[in-house]
Design a protein around this ligand. Structure first.
Ligand code: ZN
Length: 469
């Protein structure tokens, strides 16, 4: 560029308004920084998680504890000063775990630590006793000859790999979701998988599995990771390995739970909403502290902090405690369906969910109209002192996915999940795994994100609508 033009460009830059294209001014940024500092001095998040895990504890969808959690969330939001707190119905079938036992019968008899997978049928009147056929992963099982697992127990031993961003989960989790169907297609009468988790502790990781029409429904359970090692060592000796598996589980008819929603009403554009939230349900084994008591605590506390400001942001901030995420995103789907039925998808300016444990946030990412990216970058500048960088890419949280599929924009505050899958869906998911200071950092980030997105007048746009299957 010609030197004179360079000078001209520089001077234009220097005179451009500091917050161009963001719909925000210096006062808004100062308010956001104030929220950040208040959260970092100590937030309510840990107290909220302590209350939920102590007073309700495990709260598997459709159990009496689910109903108790809904009442707890409603009362807690009211006590924290939300302007409006309400429930929306979410219906789903109920799965109940009764018992699970497994042991090696031969060649080296000993007990195994297992947990039934969510949705599994039981073993019926008598335990199953059968020989094991082990596979390195789901693809190896799929490649087995037709009928080769007739009367056998299939075992899949693939290991989930540990990463800060949890990207080891999706390549591993197919064994849990689809293993029973694929094993039954080859004639197996039950399936055991290595836990989808990174722990070396002797806790099995549960999680949802599914059946399909026209394929026999066989019992499915996860072995703790050391027990999967044990089976591998036995199989390696070349002698037939026989197991006994005894699972009691039950599927019941439809139950109606609720999404619990709290709002800080927008001062100028109350019909436009920015949503943050977590899921209220948990698995039944632990107390659901990191999955997802943490997300509930973080977003309740962030919303309440915004509610304590002298002046509410322009748009409404809506905090959502989603029902039954674990067994199929029922809460997120019901929320999106209700908004679509009411013609309110376009009112959704930005949605974010905290559902990746209690580790610190390191990145802000978003799916918004390119014209709104300056707002995301501005939010990123306020988040930078928290050790958070602004990045392209990313994906919405699980319960935000259904409304994003209908065109709503989203943001993601990516957390350090290096140890998340050590505890995920186990009896070991308990409050002691949470560092209160890390929660404060996340409250600060969610409060800044929700406040500035709600204060800005810039339209975050709509995304190309994905085809739903
Ligand atoms: Zn979760």
């Amino acid at each position: 560029m010609h030197p004179a033009r360079t000078l001209l460009a520089l001077s234009l830059l220097a005179t451009a308004p500091a917050f161009a294209g963001t719909g925000l001014d210096a006062g808004d940024i100062a308010a956001a920084e104030g929220l950040r500092e208040r959260a970092m001095r100590g937030s309510e998040a840990w107290n909220v998680v302590e209350s939920l895990t102590t007073e309700v504890g495990p709260r598997m969808a459709g159990t009496p504890a689910d109903a108790k959690a809904v009442q707890w969330a409603k009362a807690r939001m009211q006590a924290m000063g939300f302007d409006k707190v309400y429930l929306e119905p979410v219906s789903f079938p109920v799965w109940l775990r009764h018992h699970e036992r497994a042991e090696v019968l031969a060649p080296y008899p000993q007990p195994l630590v297992v947990t039934a997978l969510g949705g599994s049928v039981g073993t019926g009147d008598a335990p199953i006793e059968a020989e094991v056929v082990a596979f390195a992963n789901l693809d190896a099982l799929k490649a087995a000859p037709e009928g080769s697992l007739e009367g056998k127990i299939a075992v899949i031993t693939n290991r989930m790999v540990r990463f800060k961003d949890g990207r080891g989960y999706s390549p591993a989790v197919g064994a849990r979701s689809n293993g029973a169907v694929e094993a039954a297609r080859k004639g197996a009468i039950a399936i055991l998988i290595r836990s989808i988790g990174t722990s070396s502790d002797r806790f099995a990781h549960t999680g949802a599995m599914r059946y399909v029409a026209d394929v026999p429904r066989i019992p499915a359970a996860a072995l703790s990771n050391p027990d999967a090692d044990l089976i591998e060592h036995m199989v390696a000796r070349g002698k037939p390995v026989r197991l006994r598996l005894d699972i009691g589980a039950e599927m019941r008819a439809s139950y109606t739970s609720h999404n619990v929603i709290g709002e800080i009403r927008g001062r100028e554009l109350p019909g436009e909403v920015v949503t943050i939230g977590g899921h209220l349900d948990s698995w039944d084994l632990g107390t659901g502290a990191i999955d997802d008591g943490a997300g509930i605590g973080i977003t309740f506390a962030a919303g309440a902090l915004i509610g304590q400001l002298e002046r509410a942001p322009r748009r409404t901030v809506r905090v959502i405690a989603y029902a039954n995420e674990e067994q199929g995103l029922y809460g997120g789907k019901a929320y999106a369906e209700a908004r679509a039925a009411a013609g309110e998808i376009d009112d959704h300016q930005l949605g974010a969910e905290s559902d990746f444990g209690a580790g610190r946030i390191y990145a802000l990412r978003a799916g918004v109209d390119p014209a709104a990216w300056p707002v995301i970058e501005q939010i990123g500048q306020v988040l930078a002192p928290l050790g958070i960088t602004t990045e392209r890419g990313g994906s919405p949280g699980p319960d935000v996915g259904p409304i994003v599929a209908k065109g709503a924009p989203w943001a993601q505050l990516a957390q350090d999940g290096i140890d998340y899958f050590d505890y995920h869906h186990t009896a070991n998911d308990t409050l002691d795994k949470i560092d209160p200071r890390a929660l404060d950092q996340q409250v600060a980030a969610y409060a800044v994100l929700a406040y500035l997105a709600a204060e800005s007048e810039v339209d975050f746009g709509s995304l190309p609508v994905k085809k739903e299957n």
